[in-house]
Design a protein. Structure first.
Length: 264
């Protein structure tokens, strides 16, 4: 897929107004976790929301920068968007000059039919499977997702509070099929800066479109977001502390763990 190298207002904004808060953190994430290597063919998963849209622009700027020799394609799975949401999505793609292939699926129909009270787990599992298959069909060896700093922090707490385990999203991991690598280049980028970029550049990203994310059903992630917002009132650095703790685990003080035997 060919990318236009002509002047792009949205790319210039990343390099200038958001150079420190977004661009440099994107580059730092790539370097720290060795996310992109010469010869990679990377598929960027585009949901239509703010995170995936800015990830597309970051990859376009990185491609224009020519510091890495890689291929990139932009793909989006339509899990059952409304006609209005899909139209808004396509208009944003045109506005932002993102050449994205949209392919259909019946993920939402199946997830809400099989698990009407709590469809999120099945939905996420199915979306991953469909997306992974598409990426493999395209001959890509990596899939880039738009998860950011806040997602990593929130996922860590969700797993601690509701799953009884200490784990979170990591910037680089093999897919369940083992045929491709999933990367999250925005691991250091904060959500508030993404929102700021969107507002400054008058971009109206598409919402998730499902009833869970729109607040019609219970959302554990929303609960965690609200909790963190309250905690930040007394400790503005709390998210950074949680993020750091997920990288700085002292195994000598984890219950049931002894060196050479993870199960104690």
């Amino acid at each position: 897929m060919m990318l236009s190298l002509e002047k792009d207002f949205y790319l210039e904004s990343l390099r200038q107004s958001y150079r420190k808060k977004i661009w440099r953190k994107f580059i730092k994430g790539i370097k720290d976790f060795n996310l992109i290597e010469d010869g990679d063919k990377i598929a960027v998963g585009v949901s239509g929301g703010k995170d995936s849209l800015i990830l597309c622009k970051l990859f376009q700027e990185l491609k224009r920068d020519k510091s890495k020799n890689f291929e990139v394609v932009f793909i989006s799975m339509d899990p059952g968007f409304s006609k209005e949401d899909l139209l808004d999505f396509k208009e944003n793609l045109i506005k932002l000059k993102i050449p994205c292939e949209i392919f259909g699926s019946n993920v939402w129909d199946v997830a809400f039919r099989e698990e009407p009270d709590n469809p999120c787990f099945l939905c996420a599992k199915m979306r991953r499977g469909v997306l992974y298959n598409k990426v493999e069909e395209l001959g890509c060896n990596k899939l880039a997702l738009g998860h950011h700093f806040d997602d990593i922090v929130e996922t860590g707490l969700i797993n601690m509070f509701y799953a009884g385990t200490i784990k979170t999203m990591i910037p680089k991991v093999n897919s369940t099929s083992g045929k491709l690598t999933v990367i999250r280049p925005m691991a250091y980028v904060k959500e508030k800066d993404i929102i700021s970029y969107m507002n400054k550049n008058e971009i109206s990203p598409m919402g998730c479109g499902c009833s869970v994310q729109s607040g019609e059903k219970d959302s554990k992630r929303l609960e965690i977001k609200q909790l963190l917002s309250e905690l930040e009132k007394n400790n503005s650095n709390i998210k950074q502390s949680i993020f750091n703790s997920l990288r700085n685990v002292n195994l000598d003080y984890i219950m049931g763990y002894t060196k050479g035997n993870k199960n104690g």
